[in-house]
Write a protein that binds this ligand. Structure first.
Ligand code: MCN
Ligand code: CUM
Length: 783
């Protein structure tokens, strides 16, 4: 779809981020910067055991500590009907443990103190008597008939949570049977954690006089929080105000509602004082939304010529102690059914079984687009395994199987309608940039010399932008999003949104969209998000949905404003409305270029001189329910060299060609991709939330759970193609998670490619030097 012609189009320009003025000067206002009068502090007592019965909790010693104001246990919450809370996945989760604990670091009691120190001292003085129970950390073990049943609260006395399947089971079976070649592989996407710079926290401020609760909270979805809080606490919704201040990284970690928030609300209502709870790094890593933990069995069929015939995937999903993943109701496994990827599969079948284990709950976070990370990794890995099996170049195999550009809109075997794509263009550009042919020749030579070099390709397809609301809801809340625009008399604009950025740059990019539509400058548009008292209702920022939904709402809302403005312009120019055209950011009388008014002139007239009979003022609100999701895509190519002595992998080069349709701000998009690639790199080589057999979390701080610094991080070489979305008002698709979704497979494919001549077909992430070194030793390459 072509953009309206406008000379001053700010769309597509690398406008500097407006919000950075405060961020780079240390003037952001994050949760922990907020200090309210008479504010108390809350600390949590957490379980040292992964599975244990609670014999008793003694709180007297804690209460005796100077400065301790209150101690809350699960039993206290039971009396209020708040010991359990619903999760976003339709399960329930203990707020504070009652009866037993189900994972290490589970919340057991809350202590409120005058100071943070008093609260922490109090928490340490709470005495809990545990009786350890047998621990289940392996999801396969959890499914065995004699495994201990973890969730005694459920009617169903097994650890199986749900089964979900999609596609044609019989036709896929039949197609696999008739295929010339079938590859099978067990592929694990390990448990990881987004570990945002700022951990989660809140301040609950219940005013006993007005009966109003204000919750300041690190939330990616403040309106959804408000509604769910109203439903859980039974407070009337208009008496709840959720304010999500500046957020220091969310990455999906700040979508779920955590027990600490509920405890702070209860404590504030009990004490009539504001109560702050901010978790530590260890609490963040060990108890809040993890990501992935999928065990996937893939079978991929093809003809001998390398045409794919069928895809079958069977997955065991480890959800930990509670199913608390935040996904749309109809999609318990998120959008995992995008696992046919960029390829034209005639048939496919995917099934997922979710399982309880003694680990922290969560599942949907870390730039995952609702489990598209797992799906993309699976198919891109499987395509490389197939290429290896067929002895075919992996780029050539992809090219032969891409959904061709002329087939869009394309309906996939698992039921998605892809809006637009040109996969071969992105692949070709990436191969050209990296010099693929030459690299393959070099690899041949190096192999002859006994050196290890690999090239990995990943041609991912993303799916982002939920709604449409007829298919997508979270906890019943329809997934549309919103924009409200108020034009002040002098033509300056205040725009508010139902989304909430955590570093993505919405204050700039939304302003660009509105400036573009109304012919004003970016400086003239102030963007606000995150206060439920002022912002229009929306579902929030995750799953790269902001541009596809609220970004579209911004454009549509601005166009609604322009329609009224045109009437005012006609009045000012003494012309018929049909004769007024919008050109180069002004209203012009058709055929009389000298006769024109600017948008600010019209805005002034809206308050001072509106046409007779017209309602004064210039405001609009727009709720945008997208007709479909958007399907960004791209190709990543990675070149690695492996040190034979140490097993160390060095990423020599990495080229990324992304396509997110119309780009609103190329600098911000580039930043999003840099960040996502750095995360993909960390996942591929460094990160795992690991547990020992007793359920002890082995990744509880940054010496065990590694974050890449500028030293380790490769240099990213980026380019793009532009294939607009046909249904988005600006042609834009989301991009916030693309690089994390698409890149892990490129890294792993490169490493496996470097070792494929040794018969290596697959290595599970994280690919540590130790893993490689052991493989090299097995093959007698190193001693
Ligand atoms: N953009 C653009 N042109 C496009 C698409 C996007 O200029 N065609 C811009 C947008 O205007 C926006 C940014 O890129 O400023 C990301 O937009 P979008 O893809 O719509 O994603 P969201 O704004 O909905 O952000 C969510 C996404 C998710 S789900 C995770 S997880 C993630 C990510 O964003 N968390 C982040 N990127 C992050 N970046 C930072 N700095 N911090 C996080 O916590
Ligand atoms: Cu899956 S992480 Mo983001 O959707 O907030």
């Amino acid at each position: 779809m072509a953009l309206p012609e406008q000379a001053h189009a700010v769309l597509g320009h690398p406008v500097r981020r407006k919000e950075d003025m405060r961020f780079i000067q240390g003037r952001g206002r994050y949760l922990d910067d907020i200090v309210l009068p008479r504010m108390a502090y809350l600390a949590l007592v957490r379980s040292p055991y992964a599975h244990a019965r609670i014999r008793s909790i003694r709180v007297d010693a804690a209460k005796a500590i100077p400065g301790v104001l209150a101690v809350i246990t699960g039993e206290d919450l039971e009396e209020l009907g708040l010991a359990w809370m619903p999760t976003l996945a339709g399960d329930k989760q203990m707020v504070l443990a009652v009866g037993k604990v189900l994972f290490q670091y589970q919340e057991v009691a809350a202590v409120v103190g005058e100071t943070r120190e008093a609260a922490v001292d109090g928490a340490q003085a709470v005495e809990v008597d545990y009786e350890p129970l047998p621990v289940v950390v392996d999801p396969f073990r959890a499914l065995e008939p004699d495994a201990p049943v973890l969730r005694e609260d459920r009617e169903q006395k097994t650890n199986h949570i749900w089964h979900w399947e999609v596609g044609d089971r019989e036709a896929t079976e039949e197609a696999l049977r008739r295929s010339d070649v079938v590859i099978r592989e067990r592929i694990r996407f390990q448990r990881v954690h987004p570990a945002p710079l700022e951990p989660c926290g809140c301040i609950a401020d219940f005013d006993r006089i007005t009966g109003r609760l204000t919750l300041y909270v690190t939330s990616q979805a403040p309106h959804a929080y408000r509604t769910l809080l109203a439903l859980v606490t039974k407070l009337p919704e208009h008496m709840i105000r959720v304010i999500s201040p500046d957020i220091g990284g969310g990455f999906g970690n700040k979508v779920a509602i955590y027990p600490g928030y509920v405890c702070a609300v209860v404590a504030s209502m009990m004490l009539g004082r504001p109560v702050k709870w901010v978790e530590t790094r260890t609490e963040n890593l060990t108890s809040t939304s993890f990501a992935r933990d999928y065990h996937m069995m893939v079978e991929l069929g093809a003809t001998r010529e390398g045409k794919v015939t069928a895809l079958r995937v069977k997955t065991i999903a480890d959800h930990g102690a509670f199913d608390a993943s935040a996904n749309p109701t109809r999609f318990p496994a998120g959008l995992f059914s995008i696992c046919t990827g960029s390829y034209d599969f005639p048939v496919a079948f995917a099934e997922v079984d979710a399982v309880y284990t003694n680990k922290a709950p969560g599942g949907i976070s870390y730039r995952c687009s609702f489990r598209v990370t797992e799906a993309s990794y699976l198919i891109e890995r499987a395509m490389d395994i197939l290429a290896d099996e067929l002895g075919m170049d992996p780029a050539e195999l992809r090219r032969r199987n891409f959904i061709p550009p002329e087939k869009f809109p394309y309906r996939s075997a698992l039921g998605w309608t892809y809006d637009s794509g040109n996969y071969v263009a992105a692949l070709d550009r990436a191969l050209e940039l990296i010099g693929y042919e030459e690299l393959r020749r070099e690899q041949e030579e190096r192999r002859r010399r006994g050196e290890l070099m690999g090239i990995g390709i990943s041609s991912y397809t993303e799916i982002v932008g939920a709604g449409p609301s007829h298919t997508f809801d979270i906890a019943g809340l329809k997934m549309f999003d919103s924009c409200e625009i108020r034009v002040h008399p002098t033509g300056k604009i205040l725009a508010r949104f139902g989304t909430r950025h955590q570093g993505q740059g919405h204050e700039t990019t939304y302003a660009q969209i509105i400036a573009h539509e109304l012919g004003v400058s970016v400086e003239d548009v102030l963007v606000e998000e995150g206060d439920t008292d002022t912002a229009p209702y929306g579902l929030g920022t995750y799953a790269s949905r902001s541009t596809p939904t609220a970004g579209a709402a911004a454009a549509m809302c601005a166009r609604r404003i322009r329609e009224k403005a045109r009437k005012i312009a006609a009045h000012l120019l003494e012309a018929a409305e049909e004769d007024i055209v919008w050109e180069e950011g002004r209203f012009i009388v058709r055929g009389v270029p000298g006769k024109s008014v600017t948008f600010p002139q019209v805005a002034f007239a809206a308050y001072t001189n509106p046409p007779p009979g017209m309602e004064p003022g210039l405001e609009a609100v727009y709720y945008y329910d997208p007709p479909n999701l958007t399907f960004p895509f791209g190709t990543y190519v990675c070149v690695v060299d492996i040190d034979k002595g140490t097993g160390q992998v060095k990423v020599r080069r990495f080229v990324g060609v992304d396509d997110c349709g119309t780009v609103i701000n190329p600098m911000i998009v580039e930043g999003q991709i840099h960040g996502g690639l750095t995360e993909g790199f960390a996942i591929a080589f460094m990160q795992e939330i690991a547990y020992d057999e007793n359920g002890n979390c082995l990744s509880s701080n940054f010496t065990e759970y590694l974050i890449p610094t500028a030293v380790e991080t490769p240099r990213w070489e980026l380019d793009r193609t532009v294939t607009p979305s046909p249904h988005h008002p600006l042609g834009a698709k989301g991009v916030g998670e693309s690089a994390n979704v698409g890149s892990p497979a490129a890294f792993v494919n490169a490493v496996v490619d470097a070792l494929s001549h040794l018969g290596v077909r697959h290595i599970d992430m994280p690919i540590t030097p130790w893993k490689i070194w052991r493989i090299l030793r097995e093959h007698g390459i190193t001693e």
